[in-house]
Each structure stands twice: as C-alpha cells, then as structure tokens.
Design a protein around this ligand. Structure first.
Ligand SMILES: [Cu+2]
Length: 186
C-alpha cells in the first residue's frame, strides 16, 4: 500500500470514528453523565414502549432516577420498570423509589432489564424520530434530554431477545398489568 493510500484510509477511518461519535449523544447533570437515551419504535396500536440509557455517577453521592417526564403527545404516563423472573416467567414491574445510581457506578437501562416504560402512547414512536424528556433525580435535580427512536442494535443479545420475542408480550403486559399495577399501589 502506498503512502497516499494509507493516508486516505486513515482519513476515512477517522471520519467513520467521528460519525459514530456524532450518532451517540449524551447529557450532563452535575456529576451525572446520561449517555444516549433511546426508545424502541412501536407498532401502530401499541400503548407501551421501552426507553433506555446509560447513567454514570462520577460523584461521591448516591443518587436515584425518580422520574422521566414527557409531553402527552409522546406518552400519557411514564414509569420506571425492572424485569424479574417470577415462577420462570419474566415479568416487569414498577421500580419502587426509582432507579438507584450509586456513587462511582454506571447503571444501564436496556431491553430485558431496567427500562423507562412509556405508557398510554397516543401515536407510534417512529424509527428516526426524536423527542424531548426531562429526567428527575433525587439529589442532582432535573435535566432535559432527548430520546432517539431507533431499532435495537443487531448483535446485542439482550436487545434481540426483547425486540423479537417480547414485542407481543410487552403489549400484553402493558395492558394486562395496568390494572394490577395501579391496584398494587399504596
Ligand atoms: Cu416495562
């Protein structure tokens, strides 16, 4: 390979690296770093959708994500959910007291695990769209972020499982559990 070609290739690689940085997006609130909030596209008629992000607490104080707020055009209600095995069945339920973000740790909200549950969705979340949201933390306060609607990345097993196997379940669970969950509330 001649030098000109090498330089060209290097430039191309740098461009690609730059593009992947541009695709990811992040937000900062004090010592909290919120990395790439995203939500799965939903199918027409689906009333619930999942939201995900990575939160890193670079501080020395534990914090908690208490709530995610969006406009009613995006979702009527938003809850913070966790997935748990119950009698060999994966179930999701509201996390009581919010999602802990311990000092010095990274918490990942991802398909099949902790997630934001957008409920009472009036219209589908469309791949490629973006929407604004406000995250509320117990100690750090609030920060405005933007969710990118995108398909789960291929090759990510957690994403794949959720995306394929659980789409139907998600809808069912959302509907089926609405009553239960509100019934369980104190
Ligand atoms: Cu959920």
């Amino acid at each position: 390979m001649n030098n000109a070609l090498k330089r060209g290739l290097a430039a191309a690689l740098i461009t690609i690296a730059g593009m992947s940085v541009a695709l990811a997006h992040g937000f900062t609130l004090g010592e909290l770093k919120i990395d790439h909030p995203w939500a799965k596209p939903t199918i027409t008629g689906a009333k619930v959708g999942g939201g995900f992000m990575k939160i890193t607490n670079e501080g020395k104080t534990d914090d908690r994500l208490l709530a995610v707020m969006v406009t009613p055009e995006i979702a009527g209600t938003v809850q913070l959910h966790e997935m748990k095995m119950e009698n060999d069945v994966m179930k999701m339920r509201e996390v009581e007291g919010g999602i802990a973000v311990p000092a010095g740790q990274t918490v990942e909200l991802k398909p099949g695990a902790l997630h934001v549950m957008f409920m009472e969705i009036p219209k589908p979340l469309v791949d490629g769209d973006k929407f604004k949201a406000t995250l509320k933390f117990e100690k750090a306060g609030t920060v405005d972020v933007e969710f990118m609607v995108q398909k789960p990345k291929e090759g990510d097993m957690g994403h794949m499982n959720m995306g394929n196997g659980n789409m139907g379940n998600m809808g069912n669970m959302g509907n089926g559990n609405m009553g239960n969950m509100s019934g369980q509330k104190p």
